[in-house]
Design a protein. Sequence first.
Length: 430
Amino acid sequence: MATKKIVPKAGAKKTTAKATAKSTKTTAKKTAAKSSTKTKAAAKRTVANAGAKRAAAKKTSATAKAPAKTKSPAKKSTTVTTVKKSGIDFTAEMLKKAKEYQKSLVLPEGNEARTIQAAAKIVSQKIAKQVMLLGDSIEIANIAKSLGVSLTGVDIINPATSSWLDEFGRIYFEMRQGKIDKKTNALEIPDVAAGKAFMQRDFLSFGAMMVHTGKADAMVSGARSSTAALLRAGLKVIGTESKIASSCFVMDMHDSSWGHKGLMIFSDCAVVPEPDAEQLSDIAVAAGKSCNALLGCEPVVALLSFSTKGSGGKLPPVLLVQEAVQKAHAKAPALLLDGEFQADAALIPSVTDTKAPGSPIRGKVNTIIFPNLSAGNIGYKLVQRLAHADAYGPILQGFKKPISDLSRGCSVDDIVVTSAITLVQAGSAQ
């Protein structure tokens, strides 16, 4: 955010001068009113007063022309307000790191126009070592031609005819063997042939299988498909590191006094509505990994509540966060983490000293964990709007391998940046 100067309004000094003139006129009128009640001899004095009034007016006018001699409180408003700028351009940093890692990317929505344009950009800018679009090659080529986009360097893979189809069908059958379809109450995938047929028609699952088997390092979709569809494919095929997948936002405060050079991780703001203590601890550990991968620093994690260190009593929401803190410590002993904290106790050192003296995260917090989705979604949007912060996400976390979701209203550049973030997650996991 650029330094802002509060500039005094033009004409402020002239307004002061006019006020002086008005006051002089008012005094003169009162003098004239008193004089009218006296004798005719006093009339001469009234005329004299009128002359004095004109002389005062001229003096006032002369004063107005000499602003250097006029003392005006408006001068106080020239104070400069300085905001420390973030030391990191997050988007540029993600693009730079992705180019360094050189990982491969699959985009399942291969016949979607923005996705085709983004694939061409990612290849031309060498953000990934390989970009693969899923779909019919002729259809994709025709769309690219109509857009004036060159697909040189982009690989097109048709799940219906892929040489990987038999392998993917078998693996998927083994993954889902014995699972019951809740809608039909029958086996979801009764045999290998059914697994193969599913892979042919479900491009998100085919892409996820590419990531699972190492044929791609990362997957990005959502320009056309729903978040639920992506999560289903990710959960069924790739799986999670612990018991739950979640999300985070990277918040750029444009003020280096917060987090890591103005950047912070907020989690979970998009996926898990009401996490229990086990899930909340998983979210905290996953957010710590996201901080390390995306911000490039050691995570310092605070779990938030309406209570600080038991000040809220033994109410269930307080006990839940306290239990999550204990579980997170057990799962990641090296992770610098503390809670439960009210927001000010987590972020303001003087408040930390009062409410949680001796906390190891004092003045260092760069990762915030909200107790539920309501708090997380409200929290990141308030900071985004009121503090004019940039919010990057939601970024999925907790999967064994990285996949990312897009808004269906995304731009081509949104796809490029999200792809870069996902490729960085893949590279940092090595």
